[in-house]
Design a protein around this ligand. Structure first.
Ligand code: KG4
Ligand code: ZN
Length: 340
């Protein structure tokens, strides 16, 4: 290890994944994630259960991250943690751990915005990927957010479009629940959609002005269309589940791409990235490549492990805060509604 190496421990606990990662400069040495199965039977994340599971998982996950990275905990120069946005009880576990670790080890701590971290995951060293050039547009799509962000620099981001109601991931999860599929619905809809014909059943797209999104009408529309079909054929949903999933997915992606293309043209930006849990979606990834080819954009698609919540993205975001000397002090508290 050279003297200039900076080692950062990243901590993520904003929703239902407890994660710890070790970053050396811009390279990830380990990225450990403990998911939470307890929410599955409830069809969504139960905040109280999430905080309890974080409390149980955080120490073992950090130990595993340190061990996997084959470093000593004394090698860590700073701890980066997600301060928000997210579930308050969950964020408090990560924030409190970071404060205790920083105090115990006498190292600085840096706060990280979860949404910025999803975007900055594109700057983790990866031999198979080029890093984005500024400025680029990022379509950030997760279970809690849907945003179009112009990224001018590591710490200079402008949100130009956002959802007026549900997030894109929520649209996947809520329609999946309606179809009797388990939580989280996104990956299951993705899988079924690969074998379904999206033109068989049509759902309506909603439109709002400018570069904003609206997804809450979709689940009502799906419910209405399917109730009508079920009246004629009580097995309609079971027998057509793949086509329904393909159509739901295509409708969500159509709405996302309408606004993405409009924003790219309006702001005359030629480089685009996707981030957040929904960026794991196979059709979204393929469509970004195709649309990029069509419009001459340079496209950036994250590694699967950096799409859904993880601490590697928190560590890289923390690195830039650290380099800028933006340190948090012991009076810091978690913030559920932190903005980009
Ligand atoms: O970023 P993330 O892990 O957590 C939040 O910050 O919200 O995103 C979780 C969301 C869930 O709504 C989940 O259904 C969705 O990402 N998701 C997907 C896929 N994988 C995860 N949505 C569509 N297709 C996927 N393959
Ligand atoms: Zn997230």
């Amino acid at each position: 290890m050279s003297n200039k190496d900076i080692i950062i421990l990243g901590i993520e606990s904003s929703c239902d994944d407890t994660s710890a990662a070790i970053l050396q400069n811009e390279a990830i040495l380990s990225n450990r994630i403990a998911g939470q199965e307890v929410h599955r039977e409830y069809g969504g994340v139960v905040p109280e259960l999430a905080s309890r599971a974080h409390q149980q998982n955080i120490v073992p996950v950090v130990e595993a991250a340190i061990q996997t990275a084959q470093i000593n905990k004394n090698d860590i120069d700073a701890i980066a943690f997600t301060r928000g946005p997210g579930l308050l009880g969950s964020l408090i576990v990560g924030t409190s751990f970071a404060k205790a670790f920083a105090m115990g080890m006498q190292i600085p701590m840096v706060e990280v915005n979860h949404m910025k971290a999803h975007i900055l995951a594109h700057f983790i060293d990866d031999p198979e990927r080029e890093k984005p050039n500024f400025p680029f547009m990022c379509l950030t799509v997760s279970g809690g957010h849907t945003q179009l962000v112009i990224v001018n620099d590591y710490d200079d981001m402008e949100v130009v479009g956002t959802t007026k109601d549900d997030a894109a991931g929520e649209a996947f999860d809520k329609t999946a629940k309606l179809l009797g599929l388990p939580y989280p619905g996104g990956p299951i809809i993705d899988r079924y959609a690969q074998e379904g014909d999206p033109t068989q059943i049509k759902f309506s797209k909603s439109n709002v002005p400018d570069f904003d999104f609206s997804f809450s009408g979709l689940k009502t529309n799906v419910l209405q269309v399917l109730q009508k079909k079920q009246k004629q054929d009580s097995n309609f949903v079971q027998d057509h589940i793949k086509a329904i999933c393909a159509s739901v997915q295509t409708t969500i992606l159509d709405m996302l791409f309408d606004k993405l293309i409009k924003a790219m043209k309006h702001y005359n930006i030629k480089e685009v990235a996707i981030a957040g849990g929904v960026s794991a979606n196979s059709e979204l990834r393929q469509r970004l490549r195709d649309t990029g080819n069509q419009y001459g954009w340079k496209t950036h698609i994250p590694r699967f492990e950096y799409c859904t919540d993880n601490a590697a993205m928190v560590a890289i975001a923390g690195r830039y805060e650290y380099l800028n000397g933006h340190f948090a002090d012991q009076s810091i508290s978690a913030s559920a509604r932190l903005k980009v």
